[in-house]
Each structure stands twice: as C-alpha cells, then as structure tokens.
Ligand binder design. Structure first.
Ligand code: CTP
Length: 406
C-alpha cells in the first residue's frame, strides 16, 4: 500500500465508526487516504474524526463545492489507486448499480477508472433482498469487487449476514487489488513454521519458528497472482484466505505433503524450520518420571529440500539458512549442495532478525555469486523482495524457453 492513494467512501450506517479504524490501518501501511462521506454518514461519525486521522480534508457534498473544489475532486477520482466503500449501504450500492451520481461519493465512483472495492453493511433482510443481490451481481459483473458482509449480531438486534466484513479481510482484498500481478500462471508451494517431533502422547521436540516469514511469502505470492499451496507446521497464525492450506505436524508429514504437492508447483519456497532429528522411538503411553536421567536417541529426519533439489527439474527452488556464524559461507554451501536457485540467509544473532518478530534482516544469495543485502525490514517486505527475485528468474526461464522454441 506504500505510496498509494485510497479514496475511502463512508456511507450512512452504524458501521461508519469502523471506517475510522480502516482509515488508520491504510495509513499505517503507507497509503494516503482521502475520505468522502455521504450526508447521512456524518450523522454517525463527524468529518473531523477522519480529517484528524488522515491529515486530509474530508469531502461531504457536491453542492457545497466551489468550481475549484469540483475540479479537485475529479482529479481525486483520477489519481486514486483504489476507491474503497466501507460501509456501503443498500442505497449507495443501488445508486451506483443504477448509474446515479447525485452526490460527491457517487460522482467520484462514476468518474474513477481506479478499481472499486465495496464493503456492504446493512440489516440482514436488506442484505438478502433480491434487489440488493441483483445490484451487487450487476456491479460484480462489471469488475467491481465486494468484500461480503459477515455473520453476527446486527445493530437492529437481529442476527445474520449484514455486518461489515472484518478489518483483516477488507485490508487483504485492498492489498490484493493494489499489488501488481507478476506471478500469474505460477504455482508457489511454500512451507512454513516449525515441525513437532513427538516422543509420547503429550510431549514433543520443536523449535522457535512462528511461521511468520513463510506465511508472509505465501500471502505475498497470492497477492501477486500466483496459486499458492501452504504446507504449514503448527503455528498460532490464522489460516490465510485464498490459499490452499495443508496443515502438518512432523517433518515426515511435511515431506509427504511437499512431495504430493510438488508435481503442480513451479516455484518452491522452503521457509519451514524443519527439525533435523526426531526421537528414535515413540511411547504409546505417557512416559512417567523416575529418579534416573531420561535418555533417548535422536535419528535423522528426511532433508526435504535436498530431496526436492534432486528432482526439481525447471522449478525454482528457494531455501532459507538460519545461522549464528559464517552466514554467507554456510548458506552458499547449502544452496549448492541442495541444488537451490536462491537462498535467503538469516543471521539470527542480529537484533530484529529471525524467529518470532515482525521484522527480519536477510541476504539473498544466488547461484551466480550475487548477494543482495537487505536492511531491517518488515517480513512482508522481505517476502516481496524474495518474490521479486523469483519473478526475475521466472522471466529469464520463460525467455530461454521461448528462444529454444524458435
Ligand atoms: N530443510 C529441509 N529439511 C530438513 C532441514 C532443513 O527441507 N530436514 C530446509 C529448510 O526449510 C531450509 C533449508 O533446508 O530452507 C536450510 O535449513 P537449515 O536448518 O538452516 O539447514 P540444514 O541444511 O538443516 O543445515 P544445518 O542444520 O546443519 O545448519
């Protein structure tokens, strides 16, 4: 969302107050937000709220405008990267579907060439009314996107569909629309999170991985137009929408899931922190404590990325190396030995890098000896930088394939 201009249209429903949070979140992610309110919306929330949050003047009604303003608002419609309507009433949806432009918001929607994302919120009976549904279908057929309303208790004390969709879902669809689609046609298989290696029904060996880096890669690839399969060890992260999700627990389960999904993958990103060893035995009943030390042998787990590297064919294989010393040396060795195309090297001793946090500091190493040193970055930004390199490799391979055909 960085550097993008979002026109946020707020209409007159009780969910109007939630639009303030939405505006804040868009700004937090780097967008400039310009709010247009309908007259009825101002009965629920004041323009001052949005003006304070966005730092931009809030527009309310066409008829108040001087000529200069009028031109200003048309230029807003032209310069917007996204027009986001939240909450959108049945009335505004009907007006847009009917081609009516009788206030500033509907005029802007009519005048813009930017994508339009509508988030309806209304009473349950209104939301299921065939006229509203027909209007939504008509707009959807013309390329307008909707974030369907959610289920829950409504302001009118009924329960059902009609609540404004949750903030995360609206933000995800907005991010999706604003992301350039350079991975269309690719199928990205991502592994993420730790594995659990159980030795009795209540205990297991694991590591500190939270899955955040891998989930960021999966979501970023989806936003860039790829089909995505996410094979995930146990994490506490919500399952991302629009992604095939395959939950696993142990390294051996992860291996089987990767191998069965490999045939359709064109890109494999192995960010999971796979346990290299597992307890040699598994006790069916809980191990009871005694006064003696408990000893057990660990045996090797399959090296999943090495197996993929042997049979990868034309697929692009990206691995991660988590190290505490000799970062570039160890990472380069791993990349070559396991036939990866890129390796993301991660020195977890640096503050702000590694497991659990929202940020990472990595170097992206390639087969030609190149090293791209990235500064401290949000994990989503790191994910995009990795995928920039993947998109570059995809382009090169497709170019070479075309040249071979000629
Ligand atoms: N990996 C894997 N299967 C394993 C272990 C690791 O697929 N059993 C993958 C990881 O997902 C990562 C890469 O291999 O992409 C490197 O992981 P890392 O644990 O840093 O390296 P190892 O090769 O296991 O080497 P070492 O533990 O000795 O540093």
């Amino acid at each position: 969302m960085k550097g993008k201009k979002i026109v946020l249209g707020v209409t007159g429903g009780i969910a109007a107050y939630k639009a303030a949070e939405l505006a804040r979140e868009c700004i937090k992610r780097g967008a400039a937000v310009h709010v247009i309110m309908t007259r009825n919306a101002t009965e629920f929330v004041t323009p001052l709220t949005f003006q304070t949050l966005t730092g931009n003047p809030v527009s309310v009604d066409t008829f108040q405008l001087t000529g200069e303003w009028e031109i200003g608002h048309i230029s807003l419609a032209e310069s917007a990267h996204l027009v986001l309507l939240a909450p959108a009433t049945a009335n505004v949806i009907g007006k847009i579907a009917g081609g009516i432009a009788d206030d500033l918001l509907t005029t802007t929607v009519m005048a813009t060439r930017a994508p339009v994302l509508i988030c309806p919120a209304m009473n349950v009976n209104m939301y299921s009314n065939p006229i509203v549904r027909e209007n939504m279908e008509k707009l959807a057929a013309k390329g307008v996107r909707f974030v369907e309303a959610g289920y829950g208790e409504l302001a009118c004390k009924t329960e059902g569909y009609g609540r404004l969709a949750c903030l995360e879902d609206i933000m995800e669809d907005a991010e999706d629309i604003l992301t350039a689609k350079d991975l269309v046609g690719q199928h990205v298989l991502v592994t993420a999170g730790p594995t659990r290696e159980a030795f009795d029904p209540v205990r297991f060996i694991t590591n500190y991985s939270t899955g955040k880096m891998g989930y960021a890669v999966a979501v970023a690839a989806k936003r860039r137009g790829a089909k995505v399969t996410l094979v995930s060890g146990p994490t506490s992260l919500p399952q991302p929408r629009g992604i095939r999700f395959v939950p696993v627990s142990s390294a051996r389960e992860m291996r089987d899931a990767v191998m069965s999904n490999l045939p359709e993958a064109s890109v494999v990103v192995k960010s999971a922190a796979v346990a290299d060893y597992r307890p040699a035995g598994f006790s069916e009943s809980k191990i009871k404590k005694t006064e003696r030390p408990l000893e057990f042998t660990l045996e090797r787990n399959p090296d999943i990325i090495a197996e993929v590297g042997k049979i990868k064919g034309d697929r692009i294989l990206v691995g991660f190396a988590v190290e505490t010393d000799n970062l570039v040396g160890y990472a380069t060795k791993k990349m070559k030995e396991k036939n990866m195309d890129l390796i993301v090297a991660n020195d977890i001793t640096q503050p702000g890098a590694g497991f659990a946090g929202e940020t990472n500091i990595v170097k992206i190493l390639d087969r030609e000896g190149g090293s791209e040193d990235l500064p401290l970055m949000d994990k989503m930004d790191v994910a995009h930088r990795i995928l920039d390199r993947v998109a570059e490799l995809v382009g090169k391979r497709e170019g070479a394939a075309r040249a071979r055909k000629r």
